[in-house]
Write a protein that binds this ligand. Structure first.
Ligand code: ZN
Length: 311
């Protein structure tokens, strides 16, 4: 999809689209949260890790968003409950259903969130809410005990905080920033293959932003560590929440100051320069060797598209 230069490119990204007003001011208002939970029309997503519990044979909103009674029956009475916010005049929650088993012919089934995103079979506004729920539930899963004293911690603030009753420490959800970059020089773009990539897929280099580092510094460090390139100008492109499991992908265009590559074999299976026409074939299909780009749910796809379009 081509966008006018003034538009926010992330508006087209699957997980960046989020219709929710998060209503942070309500999170500590237990009365308001309970009223929202029992209100008519409240929507609840039920997740088991990166799987979303769907109603078979339904369509539209009814596929993934359940009423509160159904959601509690699916997830159990003690499941962690998150208040995601409100949209279209109703509250949206999420529940964690650990170890959901649907079984043949059952009215509900668990579907992989990544596959659902590639298919685009859910209402467009559900993906950002599901990314929020997945990121938050993943954080809870890894923070059941206080990081300061080791005692079990409790979920408070409608799922947006944990507190330790033993030492009083408060813990807030985190998202992991990842720098992902289109490295360019003289009309060519550098792409790489990770060791676990599907056959034939080439993508942009990426790496976690480390403490004490700017986003731009992370772009320059990753490029140097992974392919030995020095980077000049770094220009912000767009960002996308990436719920596998809980990252924020921050995209950049990075201008390389040289062509010669020194590839780190631990980080990468391969890396090389691609001409613009070849990147177009990766995106649109028809590459003679069957090579391809990541699907449009990934920001890498849109970084590569931006390079091809010369924007
Ligand atoms: Zn503690």
């Amino acid at each position: 999809m081509s966008l006018p230069p003034s538009a926010d490119p992330s508006a087209a990204f699957r997980f960046a689209r989020n219709a929710l007003d998060r209503h942070g001011e309500l999170r500590d208002d237990a009365t308001a949260i309970e009223a929202a939970w029992i209100a008519l029309g409240t929507r609840v997503f039920v997740l088991d890790g990166a799987r979303v519990i769907l109603r078979r044979g339904a369509d539209g909103d009814a596929i993934a968003a359940h009423d509160t009674e159904t959601a509690r029956a699916l997830a159990g009475a003690t499941a962690t409950r998150l208040f995601l916010g409100a949209a279209e005049g109703v509250a949206w929650f999420a529940l964690a259903a650990d170890g959901f088993e649907g079984g043949e012919g059952a009215p509900f089934e668990a579907a992989d969130l990544r596959a659902l995103a590639v298919e685009g079979s859910l209402p467009a506004d559900h993906y950002g809410a599901l990314a929020t729920a997945r990121g938050l539930l993943h954080w809870h899963d890894g923070h059941r005990f206080c990081a300061r004293c080791g005692a079990p911690s409790q979920v408070v603030s409608a799922g947006w905080k944990r507190v330790c009753e033993a030492c009083g420490a408060e813990h807030f959800p985190r998202t992991d920033p990842v720098a992902i970059m289109s490295i360019e020089r003289n009309g060519r773009c550098l792409l790489g293959r990770g060791h676990h990539f599907r056959d034939g897929m080439w993508s942009c280099l990426a790496g976690f932003v480390e403490p004490g580092e700017t986003f731009e510094a992370a772009v320059r460090r990753e490029a140097h560590e992974e392919v030995g390139l020095r980077i000049g100008r770094v220009t912000y492109f767009a960002s996308e929440p990436w719920p596998f499991p809980g990252s924020l992908m921050i995209g950049a265009r990075a201008e390389a100051l040289g062509d010669d590559l020194i590839i780190d074999p631990v980080e990468l299976a391969a890396a090389r320069w691609f001409e613009r026409d070849e990147v177009r074939l990766l995106l649109d299909g028809g590459h003679p060797q069957g090579l391809h780009a990541p699907p449009p749910i990934a920001i890498a796809h849109h970084l590569m598209r931006r390079f091809v379009d010369g924007r």
